[in-house]
Design a protein around this ligand. Structure first.
Ligand code: AG3
Length: 284
């Protein structure tokens, strides 16, 4: 292949490569290797440890779906916590909800926020909103101390490797439960149904052991492994499937809509199979 390309090794035997127009920035932060590159196919792209986090062209799918599904499931989302998500994309969507009074971003790596502000203004633009509070802390430690604080918690993490592993543990879900108010709910990005089926089964089982309502929903993110992506939701009271689309107030979005909210919970049989109780090892 001619010229400069950026490649994510999505699995040990599968890669996604994008032609690079320009490397805008590279640095080793205290936590990870960070790069911002301009790609031909997806525009500017943020990579952490050579894993694609977000691109200007397809970020709206992921950020709208990780935000508006939980915020439109809760009837009055006023206090919202985003864990990870230092690029600001989820925060930008959260503050579209006028009822939100306070949106706290807890990101471990201050360099992610600084670089998003500098190179990804379309994504990070919400971070200066007066309702937004940014803390550079470990989200795992942060939720450990909280009781009865938030209506919605969004876990916009990296893949479950290295420091993010703890964001997918049963103990963390228990701490999230306590950090939420009596009718609160949370959502986390939970990887690919093609390549991470056993992982999704374990996460769904752990969430269900803590929360009375547990759901899985889907969206298509072209730059993530397999394209089809999952989100896992745990709720103390409200069921996202029961939301009446007629009651969802219109917002400026490009992927999310009241119809898509409903449709995202229609799971193909191979995904339903992942949710069937059973051993993790049975899954491909
Ligand atoms: N969080 C990263 C999702 C995981 C992507 N995985 C991968 N490319 N292998 C997204 C950060 C955007 N705010």
């Amino acid at each position: 292949m001619q010229g400069l390309w950026v490649t994510e090794l999505q699995t040990p035997s599968l890669a996604l490569s994008c032609r690079v127009i320009k490397t805008l920035h590279r640095e080793r932060t205290p936590y990870q290797e960070l790069a911002v590159v301009e790609t031909e196919a997806f525009g500017r792209m943020l990579l952490l440890d050579d894993v694609i986090q977000t691109t200007v062209k397809d970020e709206f799918v992921y950020h709208e779906m990780i935000s508006h599904v939980p915020l439109n499931t809760h009837p009055h989302p006023r206090q919202v916590l985003v864990i990870g998500g230092g690029d600001g994309g989820a925060i930008r969507e959260v503050i579209k909800h006028t009822e939100v009074e306070r949106a706290v971003l807890v990101e471990i790596d201050a360099r992610v926020v600084a670089n998003a502000r500098e190179y990804l203004p379309e994504i990070s633009c919400g971070l200066d909103d007066a309702r937004v509070e940014i803390r550079f802390e470990d989200g795992i430690e942060h939720v450990r101390r909280l009781r009865d604080q938030y209506d919605v918690i969004i876990v916009d993490s990296t893949d479950p490797v290295g420091p993010a592993v703890g964001l997918f543990s049963r103990e963390f879900y228990q701490n999230v439960y306590h950090a939420l108010k009596a009718d609160g709910l949370f959502v986390a990005q939970t990887e690919s149904p093609f390549f991470n089926a056993a992982f999704i089964r374990r996460v769904q089982r752990d969430i269900a052991s803590v929360f009375p309502v547990t759901r899985l929903y889907l969206a298509t993110v072209p730059t993530y492994p397999g394209g089809l992506w999952t989100f896992s939701l745990g709720s103390k009271k409200y069921d996202p499937v029961e939301v009446d689309p007629q009651t969802i107030a219109p917002l400026p979005t490009r992927y999310y809509s009241p119809e898509v909210h409903k449709a995202a919970f229609a799971l193909p049989p191979f995904v339903q199979e992942i949710l069937r109780p059973g051993e993790e090892e049975e899954l491909f």
